[in-house]
Design a binder for this molecule. Structure first.
Ligand code: ADP
Length: 595
């Protein structure tokens, strides 16, 4: 559809209305003026014809053609008219301008014909171009009577040139008046169009500004009532729009904040499986490189066939679907919950996936199960032994002093073993309690006496094996620690070195400090540890050689306790060892622990 500017919409109807008015009114006025002029001229000519009839009546012989012609010439020149006297037969006997004998028969001239058979006071008239004088003329004829006898017709005529000229002037005046009015209409409609279109243009600009997001702009009032009402309606609409946008922005911010702080990965997908949004947890899980996910299909974002299959299931279902999946990269266990996303009419428009990384929970569960199994197993061995030997004693072995002594010795050893396992477990559980944010009590402690005390515990056993314990520590070196715990850790490490080190070897116990940490270490010249054991050595009940450990009175918890003590101090424990090269166990404490 072709759209016209407002100016033309206003101007064209105005101009057409004006033109129509001018044509109708001008034509009407011209017609009236012309009629007026013609009527007046006709009257004048009729009166002149009657006056000539009077003059002819006074002639001695009104039928004397020469006298009539002379009268016509005299009167005609005096009045400025052309008089013609015509007999009933149509023959001209007198004329102001022409010699009568050269003139045609006038019987059939329209103004004469109109009088044929008419009463004596009838008037005939006609306007035409005269063949004789070659001018546009008006002819008016009356009946010529003398002594009640119709002798013929008297005709008066005059050229209509001046009348027509007056009419032409009139028409020109009307034309110019129309022209002026046209100019006024153009200017007027331009002013009106500008007054109407300016606020409309402002409104258009305003709406464009709203579309560009400048919703706080408002339209000024207008003296035109309709435009003012429209402006007010638009301002009210903008106000409501601004409020609604504020609400939407606030809701979006709340939603983003909520999604951002969730540990669960949340992905919203449209009906075609393209990602509508994903929270930071989802990006971290599926786009660790930081690639853009929004707008891309799920197959590209989540490269896991199980999740893609689950997505298909959710898109077919109206219920929430839950499944636990294992994804191979990094052996992660994921709990995936998916719900269809419905619009207000209940139509499916996509779905939402909530993915929880339950790897840690599952790992902890496994650890707890293994731990319970290990504890049960470790406790079962001494208990079985105690109950077995007690039974044997009750069944009569108690009567044999040798057997009784031997069996009671075994029962005592197993009871001690039970005690040490339980003590180690209690220590571990206390340390775990500390690890859950409960601070351990610390005091600034000199490290050398602490190492000496720990070494002293194993002095006799080491001496029995011909082993030497050497301590290398600056007496001034201090650390802010829970001294009994660190001493316990060192006792465990020195104990292992003594237990697993071959006789007549040396054990070096040391403490040192640098800019970043304090290190406490125990170095032995023992068998060393194969590489594949190193990562698991600090786990509870992990032993390289179960039989040997038990024979040595080990519980399999010693290194786990060392690790927990280091962690409770905000540090860590590690080992550096290779088969045949001895081992170095180190506790690293953060420098904040030192003073
Ligand atoms: P255990 O009570 O069995 O000694 P630990 O947790 O203290 O338990 O040690 C775990 C295992 O690590 C031990 O069974 C032993 O095989 C190995 N181990 C610990 N210390 C040493 C060491 N200094 N040299 C060689 N092997 C060691």
């Amino acid at each position: 559809m072709k759209r016209k500017p407002l100016f033309l919409c206003i101007f064209i109807p105005y101009a057409l209305a004006l033109l129509l008015t001018l044509v109708v009114a001008g034509g009407w006025a011209l017609r009236g003026a012309r009629e007026e002029h013609y009527t007046q001229t006709r009257d004048n000519l009729r009166r002149a014809a009657l006056m000539l009839a009077d003059a002819m009546d006074r002639l001695p012989d009104p039928t004397d053609a020469a006298a009539v012609n002379a009268l016509c010439q005299r009167k005609g020149q005096a009045a400025g008219y052309r008089f013609t006297v015509i007999l009933n037969s149509g023959r001209v006997i007198g004329d102001t301008d022409e010699a009568p004998h050269v003139m045609d028969n006038h019987y059939l001239r329209p103004e004469i014909r109109q009088l044929h058979g008419e009463p004596p006071d009838a008037v005939g008239w006609s306007t035409r171009r005269s063949g004789t004088v070659r001018l546009n003329m008006m002819y008016v004829a009356v009946v010529w009577r003398h002594a009640d006898e119709r002798l013929g017709f008297i005709r008066a005529a005059r050229p209509m040139g001046d009348v027509d000229l007056a009419l032409i002037r009139q028409r020109t005046r009307i034309f110019y008046a129309g022209l002026w009015m046209g100019v006024i209409v153009i200017i007027g409609s331009a002013v009106i169009a500008a007054r109407l279109s300016a606020p409309l243009t402002r409104m258009r600009e305003q709406v464009e500004a709203y579309a560009a997001g400048h919703i706080d702009l408002r339209l000024p009032g207008s003296p035109i009532r309709e435009i003012h009402t429209l402006s007010e309606a638009m301002n009210a609409m903008a106000q409501r729009l601004a409020e609604r946008m504020q609400t939407i922005v606030r809701q979006r911010d709340e939603q983003n904040a909520l999604l951002a702080c969730m540990t669960e990965a949340v992905i919203a997908l449209d009906g075609k499986g393209n990602v509508l949004s994903m929270n930071p947890a989802a990006a971290a899980l599926f786009q660790p490189g930081g690639g853009a996910g929004v707008g891309r299909p799920i197959e590209e974002v989540v490269r896991n066939a199980d999740i893609q299959r689950l997505h298909q299931t959710i898109m077919r279902s109206r219920e929430t679907v839950s499944e636990e999946l294992t994804i191979p990269n990094g052996e992660r266990t994921l709990q995936v919950n998916g719900s269809p996303m419905l619009d207000s009419h209940g139509q499916r428009i996509g779905c939402v996936l909530v993915i929880t990384d339950i790897t840690r929970i599952r790992r902890l569960e496994t650890m707890r199960r293994d731990f319970v199994a290990n504890v049960s197993h470790e406790l079962k061995t001494p208990i079985t032994s105690i109950s077995g030997f007690t039974e044997t004693l009750l069944e009569g072995a108690a009567d044999d002093p040798d057997a009784r002594h031997r069996f009671l010795g075994i029962i005592q050893r197993q009871a001690r073993r039970l005690t040490s396992i339980l003590e180690d477990l209690l220590t571990l559980s206390r340390l775990e309690y500390n690890a859950q944010g409960n601070e351990i009590p610390r005091r600034l402690t000199a490290l050398r006496p602490l190492l000496e005390n720990a070494a002293k515990t194993w002095h006799t056993v080491a001496a029995d094996k011909g082993m030497t314990l050497a301590i290398d520590c600056d007496p001034a070196l201090q650390a802010s620690i829970d001294a009994p715990l660190i001493e316990q850790a060192m006792i465990n490490l020195i104990g292992n070195a003594v237990k697993y080190g071959p006789p007549k070897t040396g054990i070096a116990i040391g403490a040192e400090r640098d800019e970043t940490e304090i290190r406490l270490n125990v170095k032995d010249e023992g068998p060393g540890i194969a590489r594949h054991h190193l990562t698991r050595l600090f786990e509870r009940f992990y032993r390289i050689d179960k039989g040997r450990s038990r024979d040595m009175g080990g519980t399999g918890l010693g290194l786990a306790i060392v690790k927990s003590i280091a962690v409770a101090h905000g540090g860590r424990a590690d080992v550096d060892s290779a088969p045949g090269k001895g081992s170095v166990f180190t506790i690293h404490l953060p420098p904040s622990e030192s003073h």
